[in-house]
Ligand binder design. Sequence first.
Ligand code: NAD
Length: 381
Amino acid sequence: MSTLARWQVSHQRSISYDIIATSALLDPANSSLLAAGRVDGGRRFVVVDEQVAGYHGAALESYFAQHGIDARIVHFSGGEAAKTVDAYLQLVRELDDFPIHRRDEPIIAIGGGVLTDVVGFVAGSYRRGVPHIKVPTTLMGYVDAAVGIKTGINFNGRKNRLGSFEPPLQVLLDRSFLTTLPLRHMLNGMCEILKLAVIKDAALFAQLEHHGAASIANAFQDGDGGVMLDRSISGMLEELQPNLFEDVLARSVDFGHTFSYGLEAHYTEHLLHGEAVLLDIAVSVLIARQRGLLDAAACERVFTLIGTLGIVPLVELLDIDLMWNALLDRVEHRNGSQHVPLPDGIGRCVFVNDITAAELSSAITLLRDRTTRKNEPVLEC
Ligand SMILES: NC(=O)c1ccc[n+]([C@@H]2O[C@H](COP(=O)([O-])OP(=O)(O)OC[C@H]3O[C@@H](n4cnc5c(N)ncnc54)[C@H](O)[C@@H]3O)[C@@H](O)[C@H]2O)c1
């Protein structure tokens, strides 16, 4: 049958948002939190991580009170187990009970990557999209989860199976939030910084070698820590910005994010996102080494740095079936190709499409063997 009529709709909308580092964000003298919306008679729906509320709840309430803002402050429990459809719906219900303007009373999300992912999805779907501001309070959020435009919730036993691309109105950074972060979560975020260093930024890698351990100890409050945070965000944005909607499916920032999904979804209670990413990084580095992409010295440097930072890969959770099935799922996600980034030097990567189950299995065995050899600080390659 021939076409009788055809209409085409074509529209372009530019995306632009600022990521602003500030200090003393909750000091009433600092207007950053309110600057992007209506202040006079304004209202704000604020979702805050309950741990963060424990430290800053009073300051937060007083901040809005002093600015004459009618704020509904909702506490949200962090942790991967909270990233559910139920948690999402509960927030939508609370939001629906608190009227806000559709355009000039942005939702404010203050918390880790779980919270900003869920609240971003709430903001993106409520009334087909209302603006939101992200304030990351974990290292993971600061250098990764809060700076991009991806939102998501876990569904059907799978990570981030429901979600959207929802640009924030703003991202506000205050690194003093990191001072209360437990060590495990500091290391968790460090794994994403390590990811960037290995596949994209040799200078950042060297900074981590020299200052990484001290920055973890001082919660990134000193000058070196600040430099590394800024560099990580810049590096992340260099990768994200030209491909914001992931039209290109070979993405270097997917390093560490191939085999990790199966482990993370399976061990929700035991394995944090960054810990799963670290296992993926370690296995990927060994695959790269086995292929001769990475020489022994570079491979050694990665494992030495992992040790220097005090990160212990949870190798007992490595599982060939979970990891191979995760790769198969990523092939669907990446539209039919593996597109697995592997380092071919420190600060560089290539994409491969032919990883086999046998190759993965041998890298897993290698990693297990090396790590379980006790009293050897360096996992030599
Ligand atoms: N959207 C993206 O592009 C993107 C990128 C990377 C990661 N993520 C997602 O981020 C999530 C992980 O984020 P996360 O590691 O921040 O987890 P999280 O949000 O669960 O926070 C970790 C823990 O720290 C607590 N916490 C938060 N801020 C604190 C503070 N300042 N002091 C003390 N405790 C604090 C939380 O209550 C929680 O228990 C994963 O679900 C991952 O998929 C998303």
